[in-house]
Design a protein around this ligand. Structure first.
Ligand SMILES: Cc1cc2nc3c(=O)[nH]c(=O)nc-3n(C[C@H](O)[C@H](O)[C@H](O)COP(=O)(O)OP(=O)(O)OC[C@H]3O[C@@H](n4cnc5c(N)ncnc54)[C@H](O)[C@@H]3O)c2cc1C
Length: 527
């Protein structure tokens, strides 16, 4: 249930494993938050995600041979960009560490450039371990295996073989548990560098002063191995390749077919959709977990009181952000760019428009009381510069993502607030790239309320459930529902951003749920 990328990936592994698979999807467009449609004439515009980071560090693309089914990525190099200030030139993060350090030296200091080189050395293996844990079921033995050896690059003054090992392990685990801000203060001096990396880390949702957010910042170290990728044709090209793979393996995908209830029926499950009932021995619920709980409640197979408790205890937060999609005549013209950039300049990058962390903190504080950010921090992505298929000739497709924007406003409704909020976001972009506003020909605003109604993202949370440390790993989305299973509902598996390892384009939960279903050993048949 649910043809988001996690649902489709689960389906693809099941079909590859010889199962007979049917996917039912609420929307008429498959892919959920990984879809691209023509919003303006001649433009392919993403409905949700734009940059693919984590899935490129997983085995999924190779295991499902998605390259042979049409998926092609362009490396985003440079992968990160923070604009010039009065104090110095822009920061340009390239895949090449030497160029990145040269940029940090020019924009900040030699000390910070050296610190960044050490940071990448120490955090590369740690972030790899976090991703290994993300790509495996959330169990203690798996974590033990993923994190074994993470201490080897951490510094300790302890003496003796055992003392050094224990000391470096403790140093590494302490940093993993820290807030992103504390980690940045420990490693770097320049506020500009800290702001760029904090804003990168904050893309998971929580503010970087929250405990346990250090790994979200540390993930930047892996961008020097495999940078973010832009799927040719838009984010939805991943979905299209999955659909091609499913078709080749004989699986069926029904769109415009919302599931309304799941119930036990002798030895199988019965999924009711608007167009009829579908029966199977196993079901993967890959929509928002609250949607799956609603269906379970409607089906009556799990006590309603139990479902109400889970629903109350799962924290979906109060919204993360909003997007503005543009069709323009020009690309953003940032100031003081270095001369040694590739022909596409910095337009392959996540444009991290935040120059100090106070801006991030003010935005989060405002959202937490239902207000709009005074100076919305923005991520600008101008991917038509590297993929001309996205826009007509001489035109550009630009996405601006901005945080934090609450789903529920203290005063007013999104129906009237969305336009002025988008104006504020574009004003912020114009401050760093003067003149962009005057080149806009098309504009689509996706407020948190729009993300909820269009994509089924409950509470406007693009990660489904808050990515706070208390709801990650064996706690996601709830300790009872961790392990991708629902107590008392054998044969029902959970996937999707609501489950371990969480949101973003990862596919990991779909892969894990399918592995569990395949191992469960029964041979399901659609009936
Ligand atoms: C504006 C925006 C920008 C983003 N940018 C990025 C980015 O650049 N990089 C990144 O990594 N991540 C990004 N994300 C986050 C990322 O896209 C999501 O976390 C991820 O795609 C979630 O995938 P999923 O398959 O788990 O769930 P979803 O994509 O939410 O899919 C769930 C599917 O279930 C369907 N469904 C719901 N109810 C039912 C029902 N009753 N019956 C049948 N089907 C149902 C939904 O219609 C949907 O298709 C962004 C998200 C948004 C919205």
């Amino acid at each position: 249930m649910g043809a988001g990328h996690n649902g489709l990936i689960a389906a693809a592994y099941l079909a590859r494993g010889g199962r007979s698979v049917l996917v039912v999807e609420r929307d008429v467009v498959p892919g959920g938050a990984v879809s691209t449609v023509e919003r303006f004439p001649g433009y392919r515009v993403d409905s949700g995600s734009s940059a693919h980071l984590m899935i490129r560090h997983s085995p999924i693309i190779d295991e499902l041979d998605l390259g042979s089914h049409g998926l092609r990525y362009i490396d985003c190099d440079p992968w990160g960009f923070a604009p010039a200030t009065e104090d110095g030139p822009p920061l340009v993060f390239r895949t090449d560490l030497d160029s990145t350090c040269a940029s940090i030296a020019a924009a900040c200091s030699n000390t910070d450039a050296d610190a960044y080189r050490r940071f990448v050395g120490e955090w590369g293996p740690r972030s790899r371990a976090v991703l290994d844990a993300f790509n495996s079921p959330a169990t203690l033995p798996r974590f033990g295996r993923a994190f074994a050896g993470i201490g080897t690059t951490a510094h300790t003054a302890r003496r003796g073989l055992f003392g050094r090992r224990a000391g470096s392990l403790m140093a590494a685990t302490q940093e993993l548990m820290m807030s992103g801000d504390a980690l940045l203060d420990r490693w770097f001096d320049s506020e500009r560098l800290k702001a760029a990396l904090a804003w990168f880390g904050a893309q998971s949702g929580p503010p970087m002063n929250a405990p346990g957010t250090a790994p979200m910042v540390g993930f930047a170290a892996l961008m020097h191995r495999i940078p973010p990728g832009r799927a040719v044709g838009g984010s939805g090209a991943l979905t299209e390749s999955l659909l091609n793979r499913l078709d080749a393996d004989g699986a069926q995908v029904l769109t415009g077919a919302p599931a309304t209830s799941i119930s036990r029926c002798s030895d199988h499950w019965r999924v009711q959709t608007v167009d009829g009932a579908h029966c199977a021995d196993q079901v993967v619920g890959a929509c928002h977990v609250l949607a799956t709980l609603d269906m379970l409640e409607a089906g009556g197979s799990v006590p309603a009181s139990q479902i109400h408790r889970w629903r109350r205890e799962i924290d979906i937060g109060s919204g993360i952000g909003m997007a503005v999609r543009l069709g323009t005549r020009e690309l953003p013209a940032y100031r003081d760019l270095p001369s040694d950039l590739p022909p596409h300049g910095v337009h392959s990058a996540l444009g991290l428009l935040a120059t100090d962390r106070a801006q991030l903190r003010r935005a989060y504080a405002a959202a937490s009381v239902g207000e709009l950010p005074p100076h919305p921090p923005c991520v600008v992505m101008s991917f038509s510069a590297i993929d001309p298929t996205l826009a007509p000739a001489q035109r550009h497709s630009i996405t601006v993502w901005s945080q934090w924007h609450p789903r529920r406003l203290r005063d007013g409704e999104w129906s009237t607030a969305a336009g002025p909020a988008a104006d504020a976001i574009l004003g912020e972009v114009d401050r760093h790239a003067p003149g962009l506003s005057t080149s806009i020909e098309h504009r689509l605003v996706q407020s948190p309320a729009d993300l909820e109604s269009e994509l089924g993202l409950v509470g406007g949370n693009i990660m489904h459930v808050e990515m706070t440390i208390d709801q990650m790993f064996t706690y996601r989305p709830h300790p009872d529902l961790a392990g991708h299973r629902v107590p008392g509902a054998d044969g029902l598996f959970l996937a999707g951003a609501s489950t371990h390892p969480g949101g973003g384009v990862t596919g990991a939960s779909g892969r894990i749920a399918a592995q569990l279903a395949l191992r469960a050993g029964r041979r399901p048949r659609s009936r």
